[in-house]
Design a binder for this molecule. Sequence first.
Ligand SMILES: [Mg+2]
Length: 321
Amino acid sequence: MKEFDLIETFFKHKGYQRRDVQIGIGDDAAVLSVPAGQSLVVTTDTLLSGVHFPVNTPGRAVANKAVSVNLSDLAAMGAEPAWLSLSLSMPEIDKEWLNGFSLGLQELTEYYSVQLIGGDTVKGPLSVTITAQGFVPENQALTRGGAKPGDWIYVTGNLGDGGLALDMLQGRMDVAPRHKNYLSNRLNCPTPRVLAGTMLRRVASACIDISDGLVQDLRHILNASQVSATIQVDQLPLSQAMQESVVNDQAIRYALTAGDDYELLFTVSEEQKSHLQHVLSTTSEGFTCIGQIIGGQGKLELRRGKEKVHYDVLGFQHFRD
Ligand SMILES: [Mg+2]
């Protein structure tokens, strides 16, 4: 099967079709309409087998994760997702894997109303690169740079599940059978907080998605905004699976450092706090205040109540020796 057939067979005419796609898959390039008054937001992420997902992960789960991590980056900018393109490298044509991958893509594109507008396949080690594009009204994109002293720090969802799930799947942690399904899904099928991201426009002062761990990603906000922060470790939101699987100190360590959560981390001024409660109460996405921005240059203090506490907080880094 040649590259042309592969794209025709597995990807063309699959999934959601949008009216703003003038020309999609099948020509030399896609032709798209950006709505007036909107800025185009573009992000790209590569998932490499054995690094970003375990070898032998089914195609459907890989598609789910590859799309989700890109949509999570758009959500962190407050953007509404619109289009995806795909570059797929695989060692040989594995029809069963491709069928699953194609199904996963179709499910996600339908769920989020995004369209696959182009694809490329090459022979090589298994890796998936997706480029996602979306819209945000002009001058309303959320960035890492707007946090001010006094702002409150929030996260969506629960923290640390992705890290616990990875340790569970790789045999380093024993978890009760009733939590296994929830945890695997949190790792393989993270939920990009697309709706929350769009609702945080004009409410959040800064925003990022947590891909490398709370501490590491919060540092990006602190550096870009030139501020410091305190985090209350006993306020960190923990899932029931987390609370019932490890002791509290270890749960906090997961919540602070584990990658792959894909929750949004954002800051909100005192004046916008009640507005935040209002806009996010209209969605099912939970959110928790975990600390506060203070003056200073990029320092992070962990506290339990008023007492300072210390945890080893090196976040997840790809390709770490
Ligand atoms: Mg990101």
